[in-house]
Design a protein around this ligand. Structure first.
Ligand code: ADP
Ligand code: MG
Length: 912
């Protein structure tokens, strides 16, 4: 009986009982005998909620399709064999008609059509091919796809999907086979396959690859509707075995997790997600390029396209009603929660099947997770598993109804393609690098070629020259030889002729020799002709050689000419270069001039501003006003070339005496202006005498003493320094106690410019032979040395100049015998600073000190101190490294003429 029902010998009438005669698959027309729901009504459109637009650039609506549903019957298991031995199976399959009959009772059955009807004998391979293969194929093409198994616990969901088939490859389930299919199709160099494996239990998503990760959240892209699980462990798969290991690991974790939660795997959903990223060439561009080259460029600029596909394999929780398995001890709330996802899936499928405007996808984690993979834009296959046991008829019936409803869910496939701009940019970068490298290579090759040609030309020229010399020499030797040979031949002939003539004379004397004589005459004539011929030949060959030689000569001359041409070109270029350099120098000079003028002008502007700021107070002053105005007016014009003219004018208009009298004015402002004017005047050599005569020097010195103003000190010292260039003035300054005043000013000044002026003035005084001891006695050297505290290079340069001047005069005096004993500079403690700054990086300082050292070293009295003070090393350095030859020579001479230095150098093993 049972066999009767199972092997397809069914009642004819049962056909009329087809409840929902749905189309077999999306590509064939719906069953024409349809009695119930019109199929067309079920396929209107994809519900918007699941078909959210993706990032795909294809803007067509996609490929229409429908959720494909297969039913799989498990054979009776051992328990059923015994328990149900007396009962027929509750289902009967008609695989050829893709129908299933569900027995109501012994005489009545309901028939249902499915996309596939898989009997208990269906192999795993066949199950894969009809259920999963089309989905995997479309995932490989860039769509999302889902394979789900729905059914009562123990009916074979896990067997169908998750079997690893390690002992028996024939039993491999859909997961393993799908991965094998994918790995065989993708290219692992350009594509990537990653998986995550999850468990959904009581609305919580756990990571089966990382058990600690037990509450993964779902993220939905509001724009594309794409669903992702950023928290899930993603593992890249490169071969079948690693995938199997991963599934095993997941299974082990699932077991552990369920033990911990006191549940069993039938209560949870296992979800495998396979993410596929495939890079494909840009779209065909052959129509857009005129030629191959163009095409190539366009192709290069075309971003590669990445196709993304996602395969979701869901091993759903057992579909049996929860109250049946209430024995597990869950509360009702827990029980509701356990099956929430499954019932939400059922509701969604109902809504989709009925074309309802609202699909409650958000009701559960499972439906949210499947939002982009079930129905809608994805290809979906559902396998419903049933058992044969009549005891579970109710569950089996509900499973069948679930499958029937799912068959009405339509989907619109959408391709998931994106432009991969990043990899395009990488590609272009690589191409650019290649082009740059190629260009460099070509450049190098070009330069090499030029060098090769140059070398070749040079070697040719030298070869031609060599050849010319060789052939010239050869020709010369040949001529010499020929000439010698001809001479020799002629001599021989001459000797023979002589001999012949001698014997003929004898013969003529003894016999009748008429005929003989004629004969010999003939031979002489013949020989003569021969010799002539030879001579002619030789002349010709010589001519030819001469021509050859001339030819070569003219060639050489030509080469020389072109060489000379090149040389003149080079000379011309060199000249141009020199001109340019000259021009540059000139311009630089002009720039420097302009810069200094600018400085001057800005200084003047500053002064003017200050003056204008103080303008108000001028009004109250009386008698000086007009005079000051003249002075000021003159000063305002003091700039550049106008300076001398205006100062000359000032002389005329105001008179030197009146200007000098202003130096003692009560108003400090007036004094400042006056001293500036005097300083300006003193800068002119022609004015100096007049200023001194008019008592200007005394007034200036007095200002140093009486004024407390730094500006006045600075300007007055500058004026004194200018006046101190003259020997007579130097004596006057000294006579009026100038050195003491300058030393005082030096001791109190802070401003480097003031110190520079004071040091300059003292440095000038140091250069006077007559003033040496007085200068020293009044503290001049100490004042100079005191100023090095400021550290400003301009001040140091003046100090160094003063020391050099002093040393020079001293040296002169020592040589002349007017001075004896150690240098006053050493007495006053200048040596440490001298040694310390002998190699100062500022050349004005260094040069003066180098000179000073040389002067000091010339006198043996100083040698001991110089050696102990470290000056010897500096002298050796100067004699070796000084860039100025005169100083170098001086140092050298000094060292080699001093016995003390020589002895010390010997002791120190300095090779000199
Ligand atoms: P489910 O996952 O639906 O609870 P299982 O896949 O665990 O069911 O199957 C329950 C039992 O039935 C297992 O022992 C399994 O090996 C066996 N089984 C299921 N389907 C088949 C089949 N088609 N052929 C052979 N054995 C099967
Ligand atoms: Mg299972």
């Amino acid at each position: 009986m049972a066999n009767n029902h199972r092997n397809g010998t069914t009642h004819r009438s049962s056909l009329n009982k087809i409840d929902r005669p749905l189309s077999v698959n999306s590509n064939t027309k719906p069953a024409s005998k349809s009695k119930s729901l019109p199929v067309s009504g079920l396929r209107k459109s994809t519900p918007a909620s699941l078909a959210a637009a993706s990032a795909a650039f294809k803007d067509d609506a996609g490929v229409p399709g429908r959720v494909r549903v297969a039913v799989r019957l498990r054979c009776r298991n051992a328990e059923e064999m015994v328990a149900d031995a007396d009962f027929a199976d509750c289902v009967e399959l008609q695989p050829e008609l893709k129908r299933l009959k569900l027995r109501k009772n012994n005489w009545d059955a309901e028939t249902y059509e499915f996309d596939e009807v898989l009997t208990e004998f269906a192999s795993q391979k066949r199950v894969y091919e009809v259920v999963a293969k089309p989905v995997v194929e479309s995932v490989l093409e860039g769509y999302n796809g889902t394979v789900m198994a729905y059914g009562q616990t123990g009916t074979g969901k896990t067997y169908t999907l998750g079997r690893l088939g390690e002992e028996d490859p024939a039993t491999r389930g859909i997961m393993v086979r799908a991965m094998e299919h994918i790995l065989a199709d993708v290219s692992l160099e350009t594509d990537s396959v990653t998986v995550c494996y999850l468990q959904l239990y009581m609305e919580t998503i756990q990571d089966l690859l990382d058990p600690t990760n037990d509450n993964i959240s779902i993220v939905e892209d509001p724009k594309t509707g794409d669903v992702s699980l950023p928290g899930a462990t993603l593992v890249e798969i490169r071969d079948r075995q690693s995938f199997v290991e991963l599934l095993k690991l997941g299974e082990a974790h699932r077991f552990a997790a369920n033990t911990k939660l006191n549940t069993e795997s039938s209560r949870s959903h296992a979800i495998l997600m396979v993410h596929l990223k495939r890079s494909i060439e840009g779209r065909d561009m052959t129509h857009s390029g005129e030629n191959g080259n163009n095409n190539h460029i366009i192709k290069a600029l075309k971003p590669p396209i990445v196709r993304k596909g996602k395969l979701v394999v869901v091993d759903l929780a057992g579909s049996e009603r929860i109250d049946k398995s209430g024995s597990e001890g869950h509360t009702l709330e827990e029980a509701k929660s356990i099956n929430l996802s499954l019932s939400a899936l059922g509701k969604c499928i109902n809504a989709l099947a009925e074309g309802s405007a609202h699909v409650p996808v958000r009701d559960s984690k499972l439906t949210r997770l499947l939002r982009d993979s079930f129905g809608g834009t994805a290809r979906t296959s559902l396998v419903i598993t049933i058992g044969p046991s009549p005891r579970h008829r109710g569950e089996t019936a509900s499973t069948i109804m679930f499958g029937q409803r799912a068959m009405r869910v339509e989907n619109m496939l959408k391709l998931k393609e994106e432009f991969d701009y990043k990899s395009l940019s990488r590609r272009l970068d690589i191409q650019l690098d290649k082009l740059i490298a190629e260009q460099e290579r070509q450049q190098k090759a070009f330069e090499d070629e030029i060098e090769r040609i140059t070398l070749e030309a040079e070697s040719r020229i030298s070869e031609a020259e060599r050849n010319y010399a060789d052939s010239l020499e050869k020709e010369r030797l040949k001529y010499q030889k020929d000439y010698m040979e001809s001479i020799k031949k002629l001599e021989e002939k001459w000797v023979i002729n002589q001999q012949k003539q001698g014997s003929e004379t004898i013969i003529i004397g003894s016999k009748d020799g008429t005929s003989n004589e004629r004969g010999s005459m003939m031979s002489v004539v013949e020989e003569l002709a021969e010799v002539k011929k030879l001579l002619l030949k030789e002349t010709q060959s010589r001519k030819a050689t001469e021509e050859e030689v001339n030819n070569l000569k003219s060639q050489v001359a030509q080469w020389k000419r072109s060489e000379a041409l090149g040389n003149t070109e080079i000379l011309k270029l060199r000249k141009m270069l020199e001109d340019e350099a000259h021009q540059k120098k000139k311009l630089e000079g002009e720039i420097a001039l302009l810069q200094s003028q600018l400085l001057h002008i800005s200084f003047e502007a500053d002064e003017t501003r200050k003056r204008l700021d103080k303008g108000g107070s001028d009004k109250v002053r009386g008698g000086f006003d007009s005079l000051m105005n003249q002075v000021r007016h003159a000063q305002l014009q003091d700039s550049g070339n106008g300076e001398k003219a205006s100062i000359a004018k000032l002389f005329e208009q105001v008179g030197l005496h009146r200007i000098l009298s202003l130096l003692e004015a009560e108003d400090a402002d007036v004094r400042i202006h006056a001293v500036k004017v005097v300083a300006n005047l003193a800068a002119e050599e022609s004015n100096q005498e007049k200023i001194v005569e008019a008592g200007g020097l005394s007034s200036l010195l007095m200002l140093l003493r009486s004024s407390e103003d730094e500006t006045i000190h600075r300007v007055a010292a500058g004026a004194i320094a200018n006046l101190a260039m003259n020997e007579t003035n130097q004596e006057l300054i000294m006579a009026q106690g100038g050195i003491t005043l300058l030393s005082m000013t030096a001791a109190n000044a802070e401003d480097p410019q003031t110190l520079r002026m004071v040091a300059g003035a003292i440095a000038n005084l140091c250069g006077n032979d007559k003033l040496q001891s007085k200068l020293r006695a009044e503290g001049g050297i100490k004042a100079l040395l005191g100023m090095v505290r400021c550290g400003h290079p301009d001040v140091l340069a003046q100090v160094a100049r003063g020391i050099a001047n002093f040393a020079k005069c001293e040296s002169r005096a020592s040589t002349q015998g007017t001075k004896s004993g150690r240098s006053l500079l050493i007495d006053d403690g200048a040596l440490p600073w001298i040694v310390q700054n002998a190699n100062n990086e500022a050349s004005p300082i260094r040069r003066h000190i180098e000179l000073a050292l040389c002067h000091l070293a010339q006198h043996e009295v100083n040698a001991k101190d110089m050696i102990s003070g470290g000056a010897l090393w500096e002298l050796v350095r100067i004699s070796r490294d000084c860039s100025r030859e005169d100083i170098r020579t001086l140092a050298h001479r000094t060292l080699s003429s001093s016995p003390a230095f020589e002895a010390e150098m010997k002791r120190l093993r300095i090779n000199y």
